[in-house]
Structure formats: structure tokens, C-alpha cells
Design a protein around this ligand. Structure first.
Ligand code: SAM
Length: 217
């Protein structure tokens, strides 16, 4: 019943809540208003689709909390036509937000089930996202450099391979910490050799598993 309903009223309420929590970027807010989060959520979770909470999506993973998606996207400073690499496709919601904002999106997921489900969802809806099933901690060299890189799982450190694939003037947004709690690092590549770094505390992500992440799931 709920899945066929457009649920715009629910999204308006979510946007108001995000404004109340400090999200200011009009482009981010308008993407949250447009992208139907309920399409990225399991049937059993439909009732919760527009709550500001993370939800299970299967394979032990989650669709991130809308505030986290909005906050990270705001920090990425997305502009139309910009090339963005996402590590951790998951449900595809974050990728859809970036696409809605006019970014050219490349997204990597390491888990085959999630990768296949989300690719099918994108195809069904005619959404163009370049997807790959592999270890995102080594990036996607073929299409580098990227104007933005967003990592939606928490790692122990910043993978050097991702820094190398970031364009000068680009930003990398990545949660870093232990397996339970992370800070969100925002890295700006000022020149070929100089990077500026800022961080925001208290985030909780599923682990980033891979060669340059945690070694075990
Ligand atoms: N962006 C997702 C969304 O909108 O639903 C969030 C998904 S969840 C918080 C993080 C995802 O990162 C999981 O699907 C997990 O399998 C994936 N992941 C973890 N380590 C990865 C890696 N090294 N490469 C690619 N994906 C990874």
C-alpha cells in the first residue's frame, strides 16, 4: 500500500526536521524532497522510511540515517556535472541523492547481493549510476580523478588510494575511527601535494571492509 504512494508529505516533514537539525544547502534539501527513500527500503521497513533513522537493508548492512546522508552530501559541496565516487552503494539512496543533484556518480559495493539488488533497482527506474562490485578501499582508478569521494562505511584510517584519486579542488568525506564510533573527516585537496582536513565528531557507521580498511567483516 505505502510503496505505491508517493509520500511527498512524509518527505516534506523529513526536510523540515533536517532544516531544524542544521542542514542549509538548498540543493541537498531539494534532493531529499524529491528522492523517494521508501523505494530503497525493505517492505517490512516501509512504515519507517521517512523517520530520521538508519534501517536494515539485508546482508547485515543499513541505509544511513537521512541526517547523515544530508550532512555528508552538504560537506561534499556537490555541483552539477561533478564526478563523484561513492564507496558503499548499499541501498543506492545516497547515490540517488547525488544523481538528483546533477552529479555523475560512480559507486562501489563489495557485497554481491546488495550490488545485484541495487543495480536492478537502478535499471528498473532508469537511473544512471556507474556501478562496480569490488573492494572500494582501493578506489576506481579507471575514472579518476574525482571531484568528490564519499565513503559511507567507517574505516580505521584514510586510504591513500582514495587521496590519490581525488582531483585538486575536490573533497573526500570519510568516517574514520574504531569499529564502533567514528569522526567524519572532510579532506580538501588544495594542490597536488597539500590537503586541508576538518573533522566532525560522533558518527556511527558499519565497518569499511577491505585491503585499506578493516580486514574482517
Ligand atoms: N550509501 C549506502 C546507502 O545509501 O544505502 C549506505 C550503505 S551502508 C551504511 C555501507 C555499505 O558499505 C554497505 O553496503 C557495505 O557492504 C559497504 N562496504 C563496506 N566496505 C566496503 C568496501 N571496501 N567497498 C565497497 N563497499 C563497502
Amino acid at each position: 500500500m505505502l510503496k505505491n504512494n508517493n509520500r511527498e508529505k512524509d518527505r516534506r516533514e523529513l526536510v523540515d526536521l533536517l532544516i531544524g537539525r542544521g542542514i542549509k544547502d538548498e540543493k541537498v534539501l531539494s534532493a531529499i524532497l524529491k528522492v523517494e527513500r521508501h523505494k530503497f527500503v525493505l517492505d517490512a521497513m516501509q512504515i519507517h522510511a521517512y523517520k530520521d533513522i538508519a534501517l536494515p537493508i539485508g546482508s547485515g548492512q543499513t541505509i544511513s540515517q537521512p541526517f547523515t546522508v544530508a550532512f555528508m552530501t552538504e560537506k561534499l559541496n556537490v555541483r552539477k556535472g561533478m564526478k563523484v565516487l561513492e564507496i558503499g552503494t548499499g541501498s543506492g539512496y545516497q547515490a540517488a541523492i547525488l544523481m538528483e543533484m546533477g552529479a555523475k556518480v560512480f559507486s562501489i559495493e563489495r557485497q554481491h547481493d546488495l550490488f545485484n539488488n541495487t543495480r536492478a533497482l537502478f535499471e528498473k527506474n532508469g537511473w544512471r549510476v556507474h556501478m562496480r562490485c569490488s573492494d572500494g578501499t582501493i578506489g576506481w582508478d579507471d575514472y579518476a580523478p574525482y571531484d568528490g569521494i564519499i565513503v559511507t562505511a567507517g574505516g580505521p584510517s584514510i586510504p591513500m588510494s582514495l587521496l590519490k584519486q581525488l582531483a585538486v579542488g575536490g573533497r573526500l568525506v570519510i568516517p574514520v575511527g574504531d569499529r564502533e564510533d567514528q569522526v567524519l573527516k572532510i579532506i580538501y585537496r588544495a594542490t597536488e601535494t597539500e590537503f586541508d582536513e576538518a573533522e566532525v565528531p560522533e558518527f556511527k557507521f558499519v565497518p569499511l571492509i577491505g585491503r585499506n580498511g578493516w580486514k574482517k567483516a
